[in-house]
Design a protein around this ligand. Structure first.
Ligand SMILES: Cc1cc2c(cc1C)[n+](S(=O)(=O)[O-])c1c(=O)[nH]c(=O)nc-1n2C[C@H](O)[C@H](O)[C@H](O)COP(=O)(O)O
Length: 491
């Protein structure tokens, strides 16, 4: 088949006939337009043109093969005949590339915060907006980290701590550390290779990886990047179409995933204004409901309209009927639901508020953990379920506090994304190594040799439940005009 010319593609540039180019091939997406979860307008913006750059970070490479009928695959394009968009000089992009060129050496990153600082200065605005944003005033996101600072240690001394072992097991799998790479979507916003960068670094450090439903890489790419006995879990957003969900779950089990984490705190994705501001997509029509929704809600809204808000506890038996993988409920935020998860026969929960990206003023994972464990012990249920937490973990002391309070393991999201975005795979490996070094040192200073020795007697949590200071309400503080002096007060 002779290659199509750019001029032929360019003639199909509206809703009546819409052809696009992706990776040097042409596709007729006219009939697909109303089904696109991200709305029609973002596709029409590229009608008749090459949309590879926009397509890449959001869609796994097998998307078109999976979701566009073969008859709409028009074949190769002679890219020499395609009029390339003349990118006018973008001063902002030039400045960003300057900052990339001047970024600190990787060896000058000493903790997870350093990666965030570099990522903030060097990432594209859209990518930073998506990774860093949280819901509303981002107070829960800051509380996630602040809550750890209301917990103090009661270390033991004169304990022989020459040999320290920070390894553990999670859901029956060995792990070199009691933390894992949690599910975070759209890895290619941070690195052109996307989630497989996290896979390779996780393998190097014996860290378990949770594969996100909304990965930029295809599921197979991430599984194929797994090496040796490396452990991967699947994070699932449940699709309104249960046949699609069943196919995803059973294929994940076939590909060797060792656990299924069902995300339940996002019946609708939160309102993340930094992400919205970066205008990830043009306003479009939300085809799922057939109504006009403002798709300039950023990446989050553009990629999540398939999620089923009707999901409920009554669906758990169905999941147990379609898979043998342990089932963990991710996004539990009160002890009553932990007990429901035990009663439903789930193997675990993640106490999490989605990194503050969902319900603003949800409590931190660590505070929910401190509420949960005493109740489970009172009911004799503490060994019936594995408790994980995530959110705001930036130091090994955070991990140790969680384990002392009864968590089996801790999920870490943004820090590994920032390390990847700033320094690629070497960045993620250094972030993991820094955490391991901190773990070992702090175990020694706590007077413990092994993870099993960590317990709540090593902590003073009296302040944890008293929210004496809410994290600063930055937006309000920066826009509200406090009447500074009596003279300025209205008479
Ligand atoms: C930072 C981040 C988090 C996301 C995330 C994407 C990003 C960029 N996405 S999201 O697009 O839907 O919001 C997911 C996701 O795909 N599925 C999920 O279960 N949690 C998602 N989470 C939440 C994540 O699994 C952890 O709960 C959260 O990141 C933990 O907080 P830290 O980032 O502070 O470690």
């Amino acid at each position: 088949m002779a290659a199509l010319k750019g001029s032929e593609i360019a003639e199909h540039n509206d809703a009546k006939s819409c052809w696009v180019i992706v990776h040097g091939k042409a596709y007729d997406v006219t009939e697909f337009l109303p089904e696109h979860p991200g709305g029609q307008k973002i596709i029409l913006k590229y009608a008749g043109k090459d949309c590879t750059e926009e397509f890449e970070p959001i869609h796994p490479p097998d998307t078109l093969d999976k979701f566009l009928d073969k008859s709409k695959h028009l074949g190769p394009v002679d890219m020499g005949t395609v009029e390339q968009e003349v990118k006018e000089e973008d001063p902002e992009e030039a400045e960003r590339l300057e900052r990339v060129a001047q970024k600190p050496l990787l060896s000058q990153c000493y903790n997870l915060h350093d990666f965030e600082a570099v990522a903030r200065r060097t990432m594209k605005k859209t990518a930073w907006g998506y990774y860093s944003s949280a819901a509303d005033d981002e107070i829960t996101m800051r509380e996630n980290h602040n809550a750890y600072q209301r917990i103090w240690f009661r270390p033991r001394v004169l304990v022989d701590v020459e040999n320290v072992d920070i390894s553990t097991t999670m859901l029956g799998s060995k792990s070199s550390v009691p933390f894992y790479v949690t599910a975070t979507a759209l890895g290619k916003l941070g690195d052109p290779e996307g989630e497989v960068v996290l896979t390779r670094a996780a393998h190097k450090h014996g860290v378990i990886q949770m594969i996100p439903t909304l990965a930029s890489c295809s599921f197979d790419e991430i599984c194929d990047a797994r090496q040796g006995e490396q452990i991967q879990w699947l994070q699932l957003y449940v699709n309104k179409d249960r046949k699609i969900t069943q196919r995803i779950v059973q294929y994940a089990e076939e590909r060797g995933c060792k656990a299924l984490f069902i995300t339940v705190d996002a019946p609708q994705l939160g309102r993340r204004e930094k992400d919205m501001r970066s205008k990830f997509t043009d306003p479009g029509t939300n085809v799922q409901e057939g109504q006009e929704t403002d798709n300039s809600q950023g990446a989050a809204r553009a990629i999540s309209s398939f999620i089923d808000p009707s999901l409920s506890w009554k669906d758990i038996p169905w999941f147990q009927s379609i898979t043998k993988m342990p089932i963990i409920i991710k996004g539990v935020q009160r002890v009553e639901d932990v007990i429901k998860a035990v009663e439903a026969g789930c193997q675990g929960v993640v106490l999490s508020n989605h990194g503050g990206r969902q319900l603003e003023f949800a409590r931190s994972g660590i505070e929910i953990l401190a509420e949960t464990m005493p109740v489970l012990r009172e009911l004799g249920l503490q060994d019936k379920i594995e408790i994980y937490i995530d959110g705001g973990v930036r130091r090994a002391t955070d991990v140790l506090k969680a384990i002392c309070l009864g968590a089996k393991g801790v999920g870490i999201g943004r820090p590994f994304l920032y390390a990847m975005s700033a320094y690629g795979q070497p960045g993620v490996e250094r972030a993991m190594q820094l955490l391991k070094d901190e773990m070992e040192m702090n175990m020694r200073l706590l007077g413990c040799n092994k993870i099993e020795e960590l317990n709540s007697s090593l902590l003073d949590t009296r302040a944890l439940f008293t929210h004496t200071s809410t994290p600063p309400d930055q937006l309000f503080g920066s826009v509200y005009e406090p009447l500074a002096t009596p003279a300025q007060r209205p008479k």
